[in-house]
Design a protein. Structure first.
Length: 302
């Protein structure tokens, strides 16, 4: 595996495909919620994805390592992962895919603000401040759109925002603890292993577990397990190991844009000119937040 200094066509194609998978997952979760209660579905997804991860390790010969020395930060990582999906799955049960996606994928906004204080080398430049202002203005504009507001639910909107904050907590945990030294499989093990236990344990507290599941709901669960929660995440981490993180991050605006399109195409969610304008502000803002100056590559003498 060769480390590259910039994004190429293969990497860009992979990131576009992965962004589309993540965006369509919002639709899949909303559909699956009709057959499986949100928290129960999230827990079942973690259980099955953990099994896929273990099978992956057996087939590829990879190992889950470093768990003992990262026990407490690993538990924290898994708990944040659990909370994130309690919020997100319930949000998609209440509000539209479009509104939930705008709020959930606003994570870079909140992460950038906290990182400015908590992480060395993450100070807010003028460009990133402009990105924050544009993205936050876009989020407010999208939520205020009359047609979208009528189709949504403020409770679901609030849960999607809490999901974004939990996601930001995961990113900070990885950056600030020894979890960052773990291989991809071990990081994923902590998230899936802890959430499989936690979500399965608390699911009965949220009501009935079953909502008359049919074949389409099990197909949706399979999509989430394989393409998102297990092999999809490992694929993304593989791209992270090849291409610069800033180049990878620059594609993050695609997921909310595509999710809004999928919500409109599948559920007929209202997406008028005002909402599209707000979405454009969010997308531009996220790009500016994630954009980094490339460091010059040193040239070897001789």
């Amino acid at each position: 595996m060769t480390r590259k200094d910039s994004m190429d066509f293969a990497g860009a194609s992979g990131m576009v495909a992965f962004a589309a998978v993540l965006a369509f997952n919002q639709v899949v979760v909303k559909v699956t919620n009709d057959g499986l209660a949100p928290v129960f579905g999230a827990g079942l997804r973690s259980v099955l994805a953990l099994a896929v991860l273990m099978l992956w390790c057996v087939v590829t010969g990879r190992r889950i390592t470093g768990l003992r020395r990262t026990f407490w930060p690993g538990i924290m990582l898994g708990l944040l992962f659990s909370v994130e999906f309690i919020f997100l799955f319930n949000a998609l049960d209440m509000t539209t895919v479009s509104r939930a996606s705008i709020l959930f994928y606003s994570m870079p906004i909140w992460l950038a603000i906290v990182a400015h204080v908590a992480l060395p080398g993450e100070r807010l430049s003028q460009r990133r401040v402009l990105g924050l202002v544009l993205a936050m203005a876009g989020v407010v504009w999208a939520l205020a759109d009359p047609d979208s507001r009528g189709a949504g639910d403020l409770r679901g909107d609030a849960l999607a925002l809490l999901g974004a904050l939990s996601w930001g907590g995961i990113a900070l945990t990885v950056r600030l603890t020894k979890v960052s030294d773990l291989p991809a499989e071990s990081q994923l093990f902590w998230q899936l292993g802890v959430s499989a236990v936690v979500l399965s344990a608390v699911a009965p507290l949220f009501g009935d577990l079953w909502r008359a599941p049919e074949l389409i709901h099990w197909v949706g669960m399979g999509y989430q397990v394989v393409l998102v929660a297990s092999l999809g995440f490992l694929y993304w981490l593989r791209l992270m190991s090849i291409y610069p993180a800033s180049d990878i991050a620059s594609f993050s605006f695609l997921s909310p844009v595509l999710a809004v399109g999928f919500g409109w195409a599948v559920f007929g969610e209202p997406v008028g000119p005002g909402f599209l304008g707000a979405l454009a502000l969010v997308a531009v803002g996220i790009v500016l937040i994630n954009k980094r100056r490339k460091r010059p590559v040193p040239v070897e003498a001789g």
